[in-house]
Design a protein around this ligand. Structure first.
Ligand SMILES: Cc1cc2nc3c(=O)[nH]c(=O)nc-3n(C[C@H](O)[C@H](O)[C@H](O)COP(=O)(O)O)c2cc1C
Length: 189
């Protein structure tokens, strides 16, 4: 079966938008129909089109996902519970596999679940990017300090993309295949 899938993403510097587009391309290559929406455009919308599956994602800034993602989720809980759905979270914490980073990601997800009212059955952490070239003077300094603490690159003359794009495509393909076959991938699989 061909699935009709909605991807809603929140982004601040644009990296999650690129991830959402890459997911859509991977699904479309499998013959699925995909709509991609920026959460800032649909934050107040209630979706009533007949989607077979929904992916929602956002990036983390100062311990939070975009409020537009939270608002979209709050307004579409019925849809997210009715069809197979999953959440992807883009952050620098996802670059690290140590216990502190895992705890930080869990705390961020717990907060999101509390505030949005949605407990996604699957959460996919995705390593994001450090785009020093896009940060203003102050932010570049702050991000350099944070990166230093976490053992990440501090050479601000370059940008760094930590995303495993093959894994992004594989996640999207698996999700779409699960939706199409009626056996969506379970949490942690
Ligand atoms: C001001 C700022 C604050 C950030 N705060 C966090 C954070 O608290 N935790 C984290 O893991 N990553 C943090 N990041 C990293 C972003 O999640 C990462 O750069 C991501 O790729 C941004 O995606 P976007 O371009 O779609 O917004 C922060 C980035 C910036 C610029």
């Amino acid at each position: 079966m061909v699935a009709k899938i909605l991807i809603v993403y929140g982004t601040t510097e644009g990296h999650t938008a690129a991830i959402a587009q890459r997911m859509a391309s991977a699904m479309q290559a499998g013959g699925h129909e995909v709509d991609v929406r920026d959460s800032s455009e649909v934050r107040k919308s209630t979706i009533d089109e007949p989607y077979d599956g929904v992916l929602v994602g956002g990036s983390v800034h100062r311990g939070d996902h975009q409020t537009s993602v939270r608002d979209f989720v709050r307004g579409n809980l019925v849809l997210l519970e009715r069809v197979p759905s999953a959440f992807f979270s883009v952050s620098l914490a996802a670059v690290d596999s140590d216990g502190d980073a895992q705890a930080e990601m869990q705390a961020t997800m717990d907060k999101f679940a509390r505030e949005s009212g949605w407990q996604p059955s699957r959460v996919e952490p995705i390593a994001g990017a450090l785009v020093y070239s896009q940060y203003n003077f102050f932010m570049r300094h702050v991000m350099k300090m944070i990166s230093k603490q976490h053992g990440q690159p501090t050479d601000t003359s370059q940008d760094y993309d930590f995303t495993d794009w093959d894994a992004v495509e594989a996640f999207a393909r698996d999700f779409a295949a699960g939706v199409a076959s009626g056996t969506p991938v379970a949490a942690g699989s």
